[in-house]
Ligand binder design. Structure first.
Ligand SMILES: [Zn+2]
Length: 285
């Protein structure tokens, strides 16, 4: 059950959208937003690419590469009979299957450091949609998010419903948060998560005008509702698909259940072959 309005904390801690919002298709797996994480090797498919085209182009490529490799081996063999150096000793490539873990409303010194330690244990990178007021309050913690390989992105200065702001107020919410994050991480967010997932065409347009891409989610842990650790684990583990963006909270309220649920979630998803990737949202300083 969603909290009735009167019971909500003064800080609007959760991001579950009001029912009237048009955030996702009613059935099937909703698209979290137009954003998709980039593959680590930059191998995004070109528009118009079809999987069945592999059959037509791959055979000549394989033949050509094979001929080249055979030629190189022959050339090496002719001049030097020493065994080739081992070139495959590096770490294995990251899993091709992945989810994007996101944490909103922090950083919070009560929970964020514990979440960072759990993420490290599972070699997971995540994205933290930080609130500007909390970034200003916890600069060292913000820096540690960045230094430990995670992505710090914009979740506004004071968590308003962006649909209700003037253009000037919208700009202030985003720019002041950008400045704080840049001051402590040296990076400028390119992604914006609107509080409550509340968006409309004006919000999208204003965000784009500030160079921001909106990032929502398709798996909501509903940890803000404190449903119990088992319920949080179940929602995420059953909901996660390749490329899913999962919503958690590391600030804005009591997040003990989030912290308690994370190890089981990461262990289970890792056993299913998932890796954990941050968004690719940072711009140049
Ligand atoms: Zn939020």
């Amino acid at each position: 059950m969603r909290h009735p309005p009167a019971r909500r904390p003064h800080h609007p801690a959760h991001d579950s959208p009001p029912p009237e919002q048009d955030l996702a298709p009613p059935s099937g797996r909703p698209a979290p937003s137009s954003f998709r994480p980039l593959p680590p090797d930059g191998s995004a498919r070109l528009p118009g690419w079809r999987g069945d085209q592999w059959g037509r182009v791959s055979a000549p490529i394989v033949l050509a590469v094979s001929a080249l490799v055979i030629g190189m081996i022959a050339a090496l063999g002719a001049g030097d009979r020493q065994p080739a150096p081992a070139v495959h000793a590096a770490a294995p490539p990251p899993p091709a299957k992945y989810v994007v873990l996101t944490f909103d409303d922090g950083p919070d010194p009560r929970y964020t450091p514990r979440i960072l330690d759990i993420l490290d244990q599972y070699e997971a990178k995540a994205t933290f949609f930080a609130v500007g007021t909390e970034v200003a309050r916890h600069p060292a913690l913000t820096r540690s998010l960045h230094d430990r390989g995670h992505s710090v992105q914009n979740h506004t200065w004071s968590h308003p419903d962006l649909r209700r702001l003037s253009a000037a107020a919208f700009d202030r919410q985003i720019r002041s948060t950008d400045e704080q994050i840049h001051a402590h991480t040296g990076t400028t967010p390119r992604c914006l998560r609107p509080p409550y997932g509340a968006q409309n065409p004006v919000v999208v347009q204003r965000a784009a005008g500030l160079g921001k891409q909106l990032v929502l989610w398709d798996v909501d842990s509903r940890d803000w509702d404190r449903p119990g650790t088992a319920a949080i684990v179940r929602r995420v583990v059953t909901g996660a698909r390749h490329g899913s963006v999962v919503l958690f909270h590391d600030g804005g309220g009591n997040r003990a259940q989030t912290v308690a649920a994370l190890p089981t979630i990461l262990k289970t998803l890792k056993a299913k072959g998932f890796g954990f990737r941050a968004t690719r949202c940072e711009g140049p300083s």
